[in-house]
Design a protein around this ligand. Structure first.
Ligand SMILES: NC(=O)c1ccc[n+]([C@@H]2O[C@H](COP(=O)([O-])OP(=O)(O)OC[C@H]3O[C@@H](n4cnc5c(N)ncnc54)[C@H](OP(=O)(O)O)[C@@H]3O)[C@@H](O)[C@H]2O)c1
Length: 213
């Protein structure tokens, strides 16, 4: 498949690129500017682009099967995530190009709480993270309210960080996943596996799913 990744140099984006390249896909990594520290796998095409600009998305979506967005706004600019999501939805409408989004855990339901969301539970989202968690939750609503775009939103569990590629994780839908010790986590490497599995064999079109150990 031809896959273009926005947020390519980020923690999640770079791991998704590695997974996609390993599986033999034709990958374009989108960065806002070239930096000497960027080190993409051999064969990855690097393109300059900005997910907040419709023209940029339109140009980079041409002839692609799939876009993946893994952008993260700077603290204090969380509204940018919403603007970017609207721009993706408006620009990809009726193009047939799929969109996979690296989402947040905020909009997941905490188990056994009759619908309490992660974003409202200080155990998972301390005040310092609330703004990005709220933005991620709203990002999902933008997807759900969109029309004419084949999107999939993958929510990580509460703890989502670089780690090991194990391939040992479980999938869920709208509820935060907890392991036997009550922990909610997955490595970004395993998240990338789930994202690329979905890219290759879509099972969650126009819906959110999640994962965890
Ligand atoms: N448990 C959770 O819910 C959880 C935990 C962690 C992360 N996340 C989510 O996962 C996603 C990715 O996070 P991350 O940690 O991988 O982020 P990251 O390492 O900070 O990387 C974000 C990337 O987004 C790029 N970016 C920002 N605005 C952009 C724009 N307008 N156009 C193109 N690129 C843009 C940045 O590029 P520059 O280098 O040019 O700035 C950067 O490379 C975020 O949505 C975050 O909220 C969720």
């Amino acid at each position: 498949m031809k896959i273009t990744v926005f947020g390519a140099a980020g923690n999640a984006g770079s791991r998704i690129i590695q997974e996609a390249v390993t599986r033999g896909h034709e990958v374009t990594a989108v960065v806002r500017s070239h930096k000497p520290s960027y080190d993409f796998p051999a064969g990855v095409k690097v393109a300059i682009g900005d997910a907040s600009q419709a023209e940029s998305i339109r140009a980079l979506a041409a002839q692609q099967d799939l876009l993946i967005t893994a952008t993260r706004p700077q603290p204090g600019k969380e509204h940018e995530l919403l603007e970017i999501t609207h721009t993706f939805m408006d620009t990809l409408k009726d193009t047939g190009v799929r969109l996979l989004l690296v989402g947040g855990a905020g909009g997941l339901e905490v188990p056994n709480t009759q619908g309490c969301l992660v974003v409202d539970d200080r155990q998972y989202v301390p005040l310092a993270w609330r703004d990005i968690a709220v933005a991620c939750t709203e990002q999902l609503n933008i997807c759900r309210n969109s029309q004419g775009v084949n999107w999939t939103y993958l929510s990580p569990p509460a703890n989502f960080a670089p780690g090991e590629r194990t391939g040992q994780f479980r999938l869920g839908l709208d509820e935060l996943m907890l392991d036997e010790q009550g922990q909610s986590s997955v490595s970004m490497e395993d998240f990338a596996i789930a994202m690329m599995d979905e890219a290759e064999q879509p099972k969650h079109q126009e819906m959110r799913f999640t994962l965890g150990y």
